[in-house]
Design a protein. Structure first.
Length: 172
């Protein structure tokens, strides 16, 4: 049974399994199976596409970074991607990492809507564009959510709502 789902295809392409001679056509199912076989040959689990309660292969930070690398834009895409386990990602990260879990937007790294990002920027206490850029240069910090663009003034999805740095930071 061959069917196409963009997320598995994306993942299979990124892992390079679609270029293998063993893959016939662009079947996401075949690509997923091939990836599982390759992982087993490299010492991975035979049941890598099944949930294994209590078995954590990555720390939360590593797993989240890996999940973000696939480019999923929603929980539905992640769940539609039927082989999360094949790439050693938990199918239910919310249950595997309950203490660290902050939601699907955080897990997938999708950017916050403009209004929510602006509210968080205003709560940072930063007073100017220069201060914003200096803080960003200092590196990752708790004040800047990874889902807020570093350059909100040039982030295309925010272009329609952008009214300048004073509005963004909530200063007069």
């Amino acid at each position: 049974m061959a069917f196409l789902h963009p997320p598995p295809m994306l993942a299979a392409k990124r892992l390079g399994v679609l270029s293998s001679p063993r893959i016939s056509g662009d079947s996401a199912v075949s690509a997923c199976r091939h990836a599982r076989t390759m992982l087993r040959m490299q010492g991975g689990s035979d049941n890598s596409c099944t949930s294994k309660p209590g078995k954590v292969l990555f720390s939360f930070e590593e797993a989240r970074k890996y999940a973000r690398s696939f480019g999923f834009s929603s929980r539905e895409e992640f769940e539609e991607y039927g082989c999360a386990g094949a790439y050693r990602l938990p199918k239910r990260p919310d249950l595997v990492y309950p203490k660290e879990w902050k939601g699907w937007d955080d897990w997938l790294g999708t950017m916050l809507p403009f209004s929510e990002a602006r509210e968080r920027a205003r709560m940072s206490g930063i007073q100017s564009e220069e201060e914003w850029r200096a803080r960003v240069q200092e590196g990752p910090d708790a004040w800047l959510d990874a889902r807020i663009p570093v350059k909100p003034d040039s982030f295309p999805p925010y272009a329609e709502d952008w009214k300048g740095w004073k509005d963004w930071l909530g200063v007069d």
